[in-house]
Design a protein around this ligand. Structure first.
Ligand code: SF4
Length: 288
């Protein structure tokens, strides 16, 4: 499993990347990007410093909740999970739709106050800072401002749909220790149909190749999407990232939000389909 750096930080043999990154220069770089926002491949081009909103609707960062999460992968728990409101995806089956599709949900927290909360959770035993949403990418500027006030040896986890631009991922690579990625679809058409994003597979597979850091790939098996999505994704990972990649094939799909409007995903996942995806992964050589 490729989590060597993450475990080295936990054991005190390495420092997290952000402690040696030039956070001030990343903040300046990020400000230039959000002035005509291209943090993600939506390329909205709006001036978010002036309060203009793009597809994600994220203005100033809003935090929906933060807590010590015990339900993540066992390597991660307890994980200090910070949920940001708003998302650049419009997944019609989103289980967190109440925050992802409502960027105004939650509260504004000054960056230094969140940094204090991270330190507090660290003293309570958190193993990492897990940035999620919604989606963390639209909140990059705020997150960098939080890191500026942080000075503890905690790994930074980017829990994301991976739809950022190349320049965004190159910034992330300078301070993210572990990417917890959500690889949803094995082709562009399913991404467009179910999450309303263009070029899904092209962008997300490219970004997985650009990751410089440890990685855990999550794949939620969707009903009737084993052949078009689960198998192509697993095959792609095996070929491009290697079968020693930590892959989590997930079975907990439940129809939420607008899923009932789409026949093929309007019911919970059938156990046979999950087993089919899991066996396919194991036959490729993944340990999962
Ligand atoms: S982060 Fe939001 S505003 Fe920026 S490009 Fe993506 S969807 Fe548009």
């Amino acid at each position: 499993m490729k989590l060597d750096n993450y475990f080295a930080i936990l054991s005190g043999k390495r420092k997290p990347k952000y402690l040696s990154a030039d956070i001030d220069s990343l903040i300046e770089q990020c400000k230039k990007i959000v002035k005509s926002c291209t943090l993600c491949e939506r390329h909205c081009g709006v001036d978010r410093l002036k309060g203009e909103l793009g597809v994600c609707g994220v203005g100033e960062a809003k935090i929906s909740s933060e807590f010590l999460h015990h339900g993540e992968e066992r390597e991660l728990v307890p994980s200090h999970t910070v949920f940001f409101s708003g998302c650049n995806f419009k997944c019609i089956y989103c289980q967190n739709w109440d925050i992802s599709q409502n960027p105004e949900a939650g509260v504004k927290v000054p960056p230094e106050a969140l940094a204090d909360a991270v330190k507090g959770r660290f003293s309570q035993g958190s193993k990492n800072l897990n940035l999620v949403g919604g989606e963390p990418t639209p909140n990059l500027l705020y997150i960098l401002q939080v890191l500026k006030h942080l000075n503890i040896s905690i790994p930074i986890v980017w829990n994301s749909n991976m739809y950022m631009t190349k320049s965004t991922i190159s910034m992330l690579n300078r301070f993210v220790d572990l990417y917890l990625t959500d690889f949803k679809y094995g082709n562009n058409a399913c991404g467009l149909r179910l999450s309303k994003v263009e070029n899904y597979f092209d962008v997300v597979s490219r970004n997985h190749r650009l990751i410089d850091g440890d990685i855990i790939v999550r794949h939620l098996v969707l009903p009737n999407h084993v052949e078009c999505c689960s198998k192509p994704i697993l095959k792609w990972i095996a070929k491009n990232l290697g079968t020693d990649t930590h892959v989590n094939v997930m079975a907990q799909y439940r129809p939420c939000y607008h899923a009932d409007e789409y026949d093929e995903i309007s019911a919970p996942l059938n156990r046979d389909e999950y087993v089919q995806a899991l066996e396919y992964a194991r036959n490729l050589g993944f340990t999962c």
